[in-house]
Write a protein that binds this ligand. Structure first.
Ligand code: PRX
Length: 645
């Protein structure tokens, strides 16, 4: 191995479920005999009616169909709660740490059962039935987990919308899945500031009316309750029983919808189903984090993203784990908050995003070194490529060279981790997600879809299905086929580029489509563009990503104004505010350049390649510009570029 390599520490190997030999053996079996492999590992969850069929999947472009364990039945909430009660009734299921360091709460499995049953009964009482969609717009409070599991208990399909999305984005997501119920809170609390969730939900409901809004009281802030539509959770929950029989679900019944951005159009409702998803989320959680009884596991994601679904709630709870849920932000009240929480709750496994690592790295080592962190034994990273400098800092300063780092590559669509080290098995290379998990068959293809062998670079595809894979785009199977199976026939296209080295390690290089990754949040450039052109002073807009020290990528917007409009700094601010209102703060452009003209081909297509180069401040080599309708626009773009160095 030529790169900087970190071998598996002996004490990590000694306690791990798998060492390298076992990984090789299990991996080989998983791809040579997927049916046999998953027939065995599917048993890790409790089935009401055991499956006899295992894998029934087709990547054939004309007939894409993905089914796992299709004749089995189960309930996700009983797998995450009831089956643990006998042995772990008094064990903490969730440790909740509030935004304010003086607030925390421990919820045992028995208490979780009680809360989820109540929530499920309340939903049932409000008329929610199996197959109905329920939109959840909550902060990071235990009720978010209760609401998810309550839906799962009665067979309702949840659709969580991240609290940072605007009323318009929320309305769009309510409309798309025709949800009649919203679960929200009076306000969220992040970094000492309140987020007006109920007021946002009210505005969303003006556009997308719902029959019922269930409101959790978090801050006690003033809200307007609409008679006949809105109810307080704490009042209603008092009236219902804490026993609720789980509904028997087929393995392929939907569990949740989660909206995610793509290169074109509005966000897609990624649909995950019940059996395969739970098997895959729980198995990856156990093996990737080498979770053992007694571990305190903390994933810092928000439940509004897939990481929160699979690795705060479903994976850990299916494994009977103790999962920590954090309401706040990494820098409040200080940049040492993460490590204070680690010490406070004796966290052993810590999973976060590169953007957080980079921002804390910039805040200074003293915030870390003043804490003990002795409980930590494993670190994880997810959401975007981790640059080797950030990896090294995480390893040295946070983990004191004692804790392996699992750099986990996956997507909303994949349901769980696909490419990752296993702590007891995989020597690490900073910046590489290393090797595939069991059952995952990655390949690298060129632009035409030809397989590239050995050490190479190209587009990342997966050639066969795994149980956690999304099944469809909610309500639009054709879009599912076109988005993921049309580029390279017979393969799942990830949208990511990657390099594979001589050791067979994968290095994800980032998106190769028009999706950008801002602080680990996925954003379609087309969405930001359509928000910008919705502003009355904007005639045209083109949005690209550019390298950003903390966020990974920043949002760079080229804006052409309507005839007669003045390109002022005040207007730039107005446009940023406009995008925040339309989509949410996570979509705020970092840099706006007023451009009298955009580089277009004679057929009118914007040449984004050129815009990307200028945004990266590397315009010396713009490639062929001879096909541009008006090559002179490029000079103006370069002269007025906003990212210098
Ligand atoms: O580009 C990859 C990047 O995040 C994308 C998926 O985003 P999302 O669906 O929001 O899910 C994020 C959490 C799983 C991928 O297409 N990505 C995710 N993890 C990594 C990564 N890029 C490099 N390394 C990773 N570990």
């Amino acid at each position: 191995m030529s790169d900087n390599v970190f071998p598996v520490p002996a004490e990590v190997a000694a306690r791990a479920y798998v060492d390298d030999a076992k990984y090789q053996e299990m991996y080989r079996r998983s791809v040579e005999d997927p049916d046999g492999f998953w027939r065995e590992h599917g048993k890790r969850v409790d089935w009401i009616k055991p499956y006899t069929k295992v894998k029934h999947t087709s990547y054939d472009y004309h007939n894409v169909s993905i089914k796992w364990f299709e004749d089995g039945t189960l309930n996700v909430s009983t797998n995450c709660i009831d089956r643990h009660l006998e042995k772990r009734g008094d064990q903490p299921a969730i440790i909740w740490e509030g935004d304010d360091p003086s607030e925390h709460k421990v919820i045992t499995y028995r208490e979780l059962h009680h809360e989820v049953c109540k929530f499920a009964n309340l939903l049932h009482f409000k008329g929610v039935k199996k197959g109905d969609r329920v939109t959840i717009y909550l902060p990071m409070i235990p009720e978010a987990a209760y609401a998810m599991l309550a839906c799962a208990r009665i067979g309702a399909i949840h659709s969580i919308v991240f609290g940072g999305f605007s009323p318009d984005s929320l309305a769009q997501r309510i409309q798309d899945c025709e949800s009649k119920v919203i679960i929200t809170a009076d306000e969220g609390l992040r970094g000492g500031r309140s987020v007006p969730l109920k007021a946002n939900a009210d505005r969303a409901a003006e556009k997308a009316p719902v029959d019922c809004m269930i409101v959790v009281r978090r801050t006690g802030g003033a809200v307007t309750m609409v008679e006949g539509r809105d109810v307080w959770y704490h009042e209603e929950a008092d009236r219902v029983s804490d026993h609720c029989a789980p509904v028997e679900m087929n393995a392929e019944d939907p569990l949740f919808i989660l909206y995610t951005s793509g290169s074109t159009g509005s966000p897609k409702g990624v649909l995950h189903t019940t059996g395969g998803y739970l098997v895959y989320a729980s198995m990856t959680h156990q093996y990737v984090f080498d979770y053992h009884d007694g571990d305190i596991y903390w994933c810092t994601a928000d439940v509004g993203w897939v990481t929160g679904h699979s690795y705060i709630v479903y994976g850990p709870l299916a494994n009977g784990a103790t999962t920590l849920m954090f309401e706040g932000v990494p820098t409040y009240p200080s940049a040492g908050r993460f490590w204070d929480v680690v010490d406070k709750h004796k966290v052993t496994i810590f999973y976060t995003a590169p953007t957080a690592i980079r921002s804390l790295m910039g805040a200074g080592d003293e915030h870390v070194t003043r804490t003990s962190r002795k409980s930590l034994r494993l670190l994880g990273s997810v959401g975007e490529p981790i640059n080797p400098e950030a990896w090294m800092w995480y390893h040295k300063v946070v983990g004191e060279e004692r804790c392996p780092i699992v750099d986990t590559w996956w997507q909303t669509e994949t349901g769980g981790i696909l490419i990752t080290p296993l702590p007891g098995a995989t020597a690490l290379k900073p910046g590489s997600a290393t090797r595939p998990f069991f059952g995952v068959q990655p390949a690298v293809v060129d632009a035409e879809g030809n397989f590239l062998e050995g050490a190479t670079e190209g587009n990342l595809v997966i050639t066969d299905s795994w149980p956690g894979q999304m099944r469809t785009v909610y309500g639009d199977h054709e879009r599912f086929v076109q988005t993921y199976f049309a580029t390279y026939k017979g393969m799942y296209f990830t949208g990511d580029g990657c390099r594979r080295d001589a050791d067979g390690y994968y290095w994800i290089t980032g998106r190769v489509d028009d999706v950008i990754n801002v602080s680990g949040h996925r954003m379609g450039t087309a969405e930001v563009e359509s928000a910008l052109v919705a502003h009355p002073k904007v005639s045209e807009a083109a949005v690209v990503g550019y390298p950003h020290d903390i966020k990974g990528q920043g949002i760079y917007a080229y804006v052409t104004l309507m005839e007669g409009e003045e390109p002022t700094d005040a207007l730039k601010k107005e446009l940023v505010a406009h995008v925040r209102k339309e989509i949410g703060p996570i979509a705020s452009p970092d840099l706006i350049q007023f451009a009298p003209g955009l580089p277009k081909t004679r057929s009118g297509k914007i040449m984004r390649r050129i815009l990307r180069k200028i945004a990266e401040d590397s315009f010396e080599n713009l490639g062929d510009t001879s096909t541009l309708a008006d090559p002179t626009v490029v000079d103006d773009l370069i002269t007025n570029r906003q990212n210098r160095g």
